[in-house]
Design a protein around this ligand. Sequence first.
Ligand code: NAD
Length: 325
Amino acid sequence: MILVTGGAGYIGSHTVKELLKARYEVVVVDDLSSGHREFVLTPHFVRTDIRDRQALTEVFQKFPITAVTHFAALTSVPESVAEPARYYEVNLWGTFNLLEVMRAFGVKLFVFSSSAAVYGDPEKIPIPEDHPTRPKSPYGRTKLMVEEILADYAKAYDFRYVSLRYFNAAGSDPDGEIGEWHEPERHLIPIVLEVAAGKRPYLEIYGTDYETPDGTGIRDYIHVSDLASAHVLALQYLERGGKSEVFNLGIGRGYSVREVVVICQRVTGREIPVREAPRRPGDPAVLVADPSKAMRELGWKPRFTELAPIVETAWTWLQKRQNLR
Ligand code: NAD
């Protein structure tokens, strides 16, 4: 049985769906601080905080866990700058807690949700895994510190891991069962679509004077179901005896904020008013992954290689969610 922490959240719930499709049994641990109970697609759910070692111990006592995919975390870069203590407590100490319970129960396989935030300002594009890591925020530092702990555990103990450095997760389950739902929403595509839906008056573009063709920031958007399938492959890789590794997950192609707006306008058929605003501190101009290592070594291949179909899944979900509420 696979333990998925944060399995009521955006990427975790999509991964649970892929794991169930691949015939794994899954137990979800989530404190529902930002996740949704109705996103938990497995019957096995324990509402608890990963900082609670006793509660985690009981989960490992109750379920025959053989591997862990670990999503539970606080995820906002600006919030981590304002409140670093919370980020170190949940993302770093909570993860350490989980690793220690795994060790006590002899559970040896771990898939970790890392982030492109470990790289900081890129020296070259696309970014390979051996690019220098100089995170610019406490959030990025928690991810890098966990990677360092994982490397030490793998050296010292009978323990193997895969760390997946996601670029920008986007889109929603093509079946419309689950999707992206954060409150407040901080990700570009759902915000743009909320403008299209008339829920927000306009989109603020942070920075129009970057050294990019249209002056706005460029990011690599990867469909959440492709991220989810990479987790299943990472788990199977570890189960086959694969050695501990770090992989980038992106589609290897960047879209500027203005390009995202144009594509969202085309997909929704709605006007999307924009306002130009100053750059936000800490935002690199361009972040695009070199995902070739994951493709080569995990056999991963994204189904969504263009932004428009990714936006279509996000738009279908947003419309469905609005009808639900
Ligand atoms: P999310 O907020 O939707 O999911 C996080 C889940 O963890 C939520 O269900 C939340 O309730 C749960 N959680 C938070 N703190 C917890 C705690 N102390 N104990 C138990 N559960 C807790 O976020 P997401 O976008 O799905 O991100 C999942 C993971 O992927 C995170 O580790 C995040 O840092 C990483 N990541 C996300 C992106 C992205 O583009 N969304 C990019 C890079 C990395």
